[in-house]
Design a protein around this ligand. Structure first.
Ligand SMILES: [Zn+2]
Length: 56
């Protein structure tokens, strides 16, 4: 098992984490109702891929 030999500094930790960041969710407009929705998810109006998949 790998055993840590030396305690790292806060600076090194923080520098390593400079690439960590939140990414905003991809929002697309629903073609039928025009609402924003998450990509690859069904819209709140029940439409997906130009087809009514859930009845209201
Ligand atoms: Zn919709």
């Amino acid at each position: 098992m790998a055993v840590q030999q030396r305690r790292g500094s806060k600076t090194r930790k923080n520098k390593r984490r400079t690439h960590y960041k939140l990414v905003p969710p991809t929002l697309v407009r629903c073609p039928s109702c025009g609402e924003y929705k998450l990509a690859h998810k069904m819209c709140a109006c029940g439409e997906y891929n130009g087809r009514q998949v859930v009845e209201k």
